[in-house]
Design a protein around this ligand. Structure first.
Ligand SMILES: C[S@@+](CC[C@H](N)C(=O)[O-])C[C@H]1O[C@@H](n2cnc3c(N)ncnc32)[C@H](O)[C@@H]1O
Length: 543
């Protein structure tokens, strides 16, 4: 919005945001309203631009917090807050789009300010990517003949790409930028006609049989179709199926030694349950379908091993896509399936078909230089989820690596009864002061209230400090027990391990690091609270 003299922008927290109240409160704590107008005034003062940028970024970050980030957001007045790479990129891209809108409609005398602002924000995005993105090592001695064939096939079917396929260290194939790509560029465009979705199955004999099976989902139907289509030499997608790995190596196919190595972690139970669920699903369908319809379900293609392969294919390569008619379907997307995951991705939004072009566009949210690997975000998942369903542990600090706590929060009147309490590595928090300790405030507040419902807020009075000591001791004992249950793991002999043992030990190492950071933070908190309590008692005895 602009007048002849004044150029301004309103950063609005949408009324329909499901976390409106919590975000409004955070904005207020930082001194902003949910409809904050920022004047974009050029000034001769040095630093005028960074002052504007600081405010814009602070507000944009809060507007774009997701549920988990909100849970861990400190409710204290401090500037320069950082929540997660996802949030940071989302916030900065939001400002870029606001400036784009202003630039498209503004008076020419304002364009200089806006362009300068645009350049500053794009610079921040680029710096952020340089600092937080992992640089993949391209393995030049691996050939990608089949992948090249798939690319050619794709291009002849309307694919447009600025990416090449190559092997990258530790991640199989990946997509490498052919030239410098900037924010807003489309790295890859896939026409809907080559997306593998349930439409393909509808006209088949297999569908006529499976639609009669009680409770079967369209995802399972497509999975069973892909098991057979993989071996169909006349398939339209033969070149795609030929590029798929023979083995996926996800947590679902962990051997007994790797499973045993997970002892003491929650992941052991999660993997066992996921496998049991798949086994049950398989046993419900087979061998019955092979016996009743051997032509449609040839027994040699529908073994448990083939079924597990297909499950791993769909878990690790399936993408949820919103089509132009509004339906959401899990799909396999040739070529896009080469994009690896990053915690600081280049591409954040790709799940919606562009109706005008009838294609899926992979647009960049941060620049990718020529020769650099271009990565997606697969979603905000924990490392245990990535390990189980994708077979890797993301490099770097994963903000979604949380340990859920089984604490009944129904008595907590200030929050919805569905609040799930959790913790994560306390090194991720900026606030390790008294009453915070790097631990999430909603958890601490809940524990404080359940011990002492009439609690005053965070005072240095004897009762509060004693309460504080007790909750920290209780928490610490939970995490010390957890640590005792996980024997120490050393990564020194990783060269001797099989792929699955390596992943299991790395995972356990990460979990121990998280748990021990929480225990240490509790202990530091206990020391702080004891210190304050001593001071308080000393003052009382003096006074
Ligand atoms: C959609 S595919 C990506 C292409 C895959 N690299 C390939 O060669 O087919 C997903 C799989 O890639 C691998 N992957 C993706 N991101 C990764 C990462 N950041 N680190 C290691 N492996 C990764 C995992 O094996 C995962 O199951």
């Amino acid at each position: 919005m602009e007048t002849d003299e004044e150029l301004s922008v309103v950063l609005e927290l949408p009324n329909d945001d499901i976390f409106y109240d919590k975000k409004e409160k955070l904005l207020q704590i930082k001194g902003f309203s949910p409809n904050e107008r920022i004047y974009l005034r050029h000034s001769s003062e040095p630093g005028w631009m960074s002052a504007i940028v600081k405010v814009l970024v602070q507000i944009a970050r809060i507007i774009h917090l997701n549920e988990l980030e909100l849970y861990f957001a400190d409710d204290v007045h401090s500037s320069g807050e950082f929540y997660s790479p996802r949030n940071e990129l989302e916030a900065l891209n939001f400002i870029v789009s606001l400036i784009d809108t202003l630039l498209s409609s503004c008076k020419h005398w304002h364009t200089n300010v806006l362009q300068e602002l645009q350049t500053t924000i794009l610079g921040l995005i680029s710096d952020f990517g340089d600092k937080n993105g992992m640089k993949a090592i391209v393995e030049k001695d691996h050939f990608c003949d089949q992948e090249e064939l798939l690319l050619e096939w794709g291009k002849s079917n309307g694919v447009r790409t600025q990416l090449q396929i190559a092997y990258v260290k530790g991640a199989g194939r990946g997509a490498i930028a052919e030239k410098d790509l900037k924010v807003g560029d489309i790295a890859l465009e896939i026409p809907v006609s080559i997306i593998i979705s349930e439409e393909l199955v509808l006209e088949t004999d297999m569908y006529n049989v499976l639609k009669e099976v009680d409770g079967i989902s369209s995802e399972t139907i497509l999975l069973l179709w892909s098991m057979k289509e993989k071996h169909n030499s006349n398939s339209k997608f033969k070149i795609y199926f030929d590029t798929l790995p023979e083995k996926f190596n996800t947590g679902l196919s962990f051997g007994i030694d790797a499973i045993t190595a997970l002892d003491g972690t929650l992941l052991l139970e999660e993997i066992m349950q996921a496998r049991q669920h798949l086994h049950d699903q398989y046993d419900e369908l087979f061998p019955a379908l092979c016996t009743a319809f051997p032509d449609i379900f040839p027994p040699k293609l529908y073994t448990w091993e083939h079924f597990l392969w297909a499950c791993e294919l769909w878990y690790s390569n399936g993408m949820k896509i919103m089509f132009s008619d509004g339906t959401l379907k899990t799909c396999l997307i040739p070529i896009a399936g080469f994009l690896n995951h990053s915690l600081c991705p280049h591409i954040m939004h790709y799940g919606k078909v562009d109706t005008a072009a009838n294609s899926l566009k992979f647009r960049l949210s941060r620049p990718c230089r020529s020769g650099e690997e271009c990565c997606l975000s697969y979603g905000n998942f924990s490392s245990s989820y990535f390990l189980t369903f994708y077979g890797f542990l993301p490099q770097g600090d994963n903000p979604y690596d949380v340990i859920p706590l089984d604490i009944d929060s129904t008595e907590d009147k200030s929050m919805s009864s569905s609040t799930t309490h959790m913790v994560r590595g306390t090194w991720l928090s900026n606030n390790h002061n008294m009453y915070y300790y790097g631990l999430p405030s909603p958890l601490l507040d809940h524990l404080r209230r359940s011990r002492s419902p009439m609690l005053r807020t965070k005072t240095y009075l004897q009762g509060d400090l004693e309460n504080e000591l007790e909750i920290l001791e209780d928490l610490r004992s939970i995490f010390d027990k957890m640590l005792d249950g996980m024997d120490e793991t050393s990564l020194d002999n990783r060269e001797m391990w099989s792929w699955d043992e390596k992943l299991a030990h790395e995972y356990k190492f990460q979990q121990r690091r998280i748990v021990s950071s929480i225990s240490t933070s509790c202990l530091t908190g206990v020391d702080m609270a004891k210190n304050e309590l001593c001071k308080c008692l000393a003052e009382d005895s003096l006074g």
